[in-house]
Design a protein around this ligand. Structure first.
Ligand code: UGA
Length: 438
């Protein structure tokens, strides 16, 4: 099928390449010329394991092209995917839909034939209905453009795998025709047994924000338990393991620590709360404000722990921060808990060195006040305190004996509960973590 993917950020670029990979003829479109040039040359504009291979393969197949023209997109596509960002609106928690609207306004007047417009961006419930009305006022005479919602559930770091082998495909349509088009489009995945949930647009829009709200709640739940563990002298990791054996609960997303960040979970729970208030059901999701608050508190708790370990004053103390991205296997530093903690310590006068395997370029851009070191040992040289804030695999492989020789004081805060504490303690380190007994 001939598809366009409009918005080639994280979500769109991966979707475009994967759709070409499964046999469709895809045109990726973005207003950012630099990004489009990079993608067209097979250079991923972000770090994502496995993406460069799919991109190279898709470009070589001749089924993937990139451009900047919505007019060209209008002519190319039988199905148009909208994958642009829906950031938090300035001065409010609600989602800003101006980029989604701009795509519709730029595309629809140029449609030469009937087609399907499919939203993938995370949007407030009711958006499909609103766009349907907007399109009706723009579409050329004799042309029909139906709207469907098909939320995306990919995780950064696993984007290619999640796109090619998703846990489920959720599609919200009005009318059988749109549903049949999307079933044909995703046929290779459906044949491989991926569950396909066909519903109305409002339910589809809600599945996405409900899923992210549930994941955020699960993380904040275990972080709340970590606070109780600290007060009671109990161990949150053993608690999570024991809870996780109950298959109704499950062990995933019960990793206590510094909490969630990134471009999705924090913004999505806030936008969902704002939308629920508009719908008059604010009290139903009022708990999400607590989820957010518990999450923010883990950052404060980590800063407090660092201050305590520095004897109450961080002024001019050499602190090494391991990790800058919001999670491992990504170069994304949006709302990164690690950088939020590093910046707070810097404000208290600490002399910070940040190390991250992939995120230092972005960290330097967003936090020019922080000193980033490309080399791990250089970053740790002379440290009085080491904070492990993003659980990259290579930090797990660190040799605590060797590292103890490089630092001034072997004191570690493992704010992700991901390092082998016994080994570090045996190597002479003082190890502290959230929700674990000392
Ligand atoms: C999240 C969802 O997991 C995806 O399903 C969704 O498609 C995506 O948002 C989106 O809306 O686009 P992502 O933001 O890539 O994906 O990252 P996650 O793997 O969900 O991690 C989010 C944050 O939670 C990270 O900061 C991570 O460190 C933290 N986390 C995760 C914990 O603190 N504890 C856990 O147990 C798990």
């Amino acid at each position: 099928m001939r598809l366009t993917v409009i918005g080639t950020g994280y979500l769109g670029a991966v979707h475009a390449a994967c759709m070409a990979d499964i046999g469709h003829d895809v045109l990726g479109v973005d207003v950012d010329v630099e990004k489009i040039t990079a993608l067209a040359e097979g250079r991923p504009p972000f770090y994502e394991p496995g993406f460069d291979e799919v991109l190279t393969r898709a470009l070589a197949s001749g089924r993937l092209r990139f451009g900047t023209s919505l007019r060209e997109a209008a002519v190319h596509g039988e199905v148009h995917f909208i994958c642009v960002g829906t950031p938090q609106r300035a001065g409010s928690h609600a989602a800003d839909l101006r980029y989604v609207d701009a795509v519709v306004d730029g595309l629809v007047p140029h449609l030469p034939a009937s087609c399907l417009v499919v939203g993938k961006s995370t949007v407030p419930v009711g958006t499909t209905a609103r766009l349907t009305a907007r399109i009706a006022g723009l579409v050329p005479a004799g042309v029909r453009a139906d709207v469907a919602w098909n939320p995306e559930f990919l995780r950064e770091g696993f984007a290619v795998e999640d796109t090619l082998r998703p846990d489920r495909i959720v599609v919200g349509t009005v009318g059988r025709e749109s549903d049949e088009t999307l079933r044909r489009l995703y046929a290779p995945m459906l044949e491989a047994g991926v569950p396909y949930i066909s519903t109305d647009p409002s339910t589809a829009e809600l599945v996405k924000v409900a899923a992210n709200s549930f994941l955020a709640t699960k993380i904040s739940f275990i972080n709340a338990m970590a606070e109780v563990c600290d007060a009671a002298g109990a161990d949150v990791v053993t608690l999570a393991d024991a809870l996780g054996h109950d298959t109704r609960i499950g062990r995933r997303f019960l990793n206590a620590g510094l909490g969630f960040g990134g471009g999705c979970l924090p913004k999505d729970i806030r936008a969902f709360t704002a939308r629920a208030q508009e719908l008059g059901v604010g009290p139903a999701v009022a708990f999400l404000a607590q989820v957010d608050e518990i999450n923010e508190r883990q950052r404060t708790r980590t800063v407090e722990l660092a201050r305590q370990l520095a004897g109450g004053d961080l002024t001019e103390r050499r602190v090494t921060v391991l990790g800058a991205t919001f999670k491992p296997n990504s170069d994304d530093v949006r709302d990164s808990p690690a950088l939020a903690v590093a910046a707070a310590l810097h404000r208290e006068g600490a002399d910070i060195r940040v190390h991250d395997p992939e995120g230092t370029e972005n960290a330097r851009r967003t936090h020019p006040e922080l000193r980033c070191e490309a080399d791990l040992l250089t970053a740790c040289q002379g440290a009085e305190l080491v904070l492990h804030l993003t659980e990259w695999g290579q930090y797990r492989e660190l040799d605590p004996v060797k590292l103890a020789l490089v630092v001034r004081k072997p004191v570690l805060v493992d704010a992700r509960n991901a390092l082998p504490h016994d080994e570090w303690r045996a190597a002479g380190w003082t190890v502290k973590a959230l929700g674990r007994p000392a």
